[in-house]
Design a binder for this molecule. Structure first.
Ligand SMILES: Nc1ncnc2c1ncn2[C@@H]1O[C@H](COP(=O)(O)OP(=O)(O)O)[C@@H](O)[C@H]1O
Ligand SMILES: [Mg+2]
Length: 286
């Protein structure tokens, strides 16, 4: 099992979107995938619970960190949900090492069953963030193409306690930075200029990806269907049209046609996910 931490010290950049949709993508291949949500805001948990496509563990990541996880249920996509109590762990500094060790022991135990574990993190650097990066093999960081986010890349790498280089040196020498994934990308001159700046200043941080035989970088465009699929908790490529009010109660939601805009969005995004999976050693997509 390879472990991917999806992290960025900013909210609203698409961490939860990447974890959920990459989870669907890997599970559909089919590669048994485990999702752990460490964010006490529970957005991934709510989304995946609503969609019913992931099997939920009967315990939370708080139980995992506190060393009382139970057995996981069967399933191609399994979620260990978050718990609001996760926010309190920071205030127990004497137990911080225990949390990291408990997470590591849990992953070692379940490792043989899964191809991948995706960890959704919350935006502030603290013990949960450090724990995720301490146990991960790979780090992926979604970013937005604005100046603030680009400046934030320096913190992602160089933060004196929680920067990639520091964590790698102190906690986890095997941690490999897959790179940054520009998300919510718009075809505006401003964003193009920021992308050029990224390519110039951090060329090794973008993730090479091929689209229709043309090489470029992995990125995710802004698409309404992404937010809708996340709200519904379903794979983007399986998002269906809503039942019109006039037919409410007469037509099952599963009988509605697939949304063509969602499938188009998935076609744009899939090469980026394929590139990320390949970097995780999960082979080329079919
Ligand atoms: N590429 C995108 N296009 C449209 N909406 C997006 C996109 N990526 C994320 N969103 C939406 O933006 C919001 C924030 O994304 P989320 O994944 O929750 O960010 P984070 O976990 O980093 O806080 C969510 O409502 C999500 O559905
Ligand atoms: Mg989130």
């Amino acid at each position: 099992m390879v472990v991917l931490a999806v992290a960025n010290q900013k909210g609203g950049v698409g961490k939860t979107f990447v974890v959920c949709q990459l989870g669907f993508y890997l599970a559909a291949r089919p590669l048994p995938t485990l999702v752990l949500e460490l964010d006490h805001q529970m957005n991934a948990t709510r989304s995946l619970r609503r969609g019913g496509r992931a099997v939920l563990a009967g315990f939370t990541t708080l139980d995992v960190l506190e060393g009382r996880a139970g057995a996981l249920p069967e399933g191609e996509l399994v979620l260990v949900p978050a718990n609001p109590g996760l926010a309190a762990l920071e205030r127990q500094p004497r137990r911080h090492n225990d949390y990291v060790n408990a997470l590591q022991a849990f992953l070692t135990g379940v490792g043989p069953r899964f191809a991948a574990c995706l960890i959704d993190t919350h935006p502030s650097p603290d013990v949960r963030y450090a724990a995720a990066l301490a146990v991960a093999d790979y780090l992926l960081s979604p970013v937005q193409l604005n100046q603030e986010a680009i400046d934030g890349i320096a913190a992602l790498l160089q933060h004196e306690r929680y920067g990639y280089h520091k964590l790698r040196q102190l906690l986890n020498p095997k941690l490999e930075l897959i790179g940054i994934l520009p998300n919510l990308v718009e075809p505006t001159p401003f964003q193009r200029a920021n992308l050029r700046q990224l390519v110039l200043h951090h060329p090794g941080l973008l993730i090479p990806a091929r689209r229709a035989g043309v090489s470029g970088y992995a990125y995710i465009p802004t698409r309404t269907a992404v937010a809708e699929a996340q709200a519904a908790g379903v794979p983007l490529w399986q998002l269906r049209q809503a039942v019109p009010p006039a037919l409410a109660g007469q037509v099952a939601p599963e009988a509605m046609p697939l949304r063509s805009a969602a499938r188009d969005a998935w076609r744009e995004i899939q090469p980026s996910f394929a590139a990320i999976a390949a970097r995780m050693g999960l082979g080329a997509a079919p």
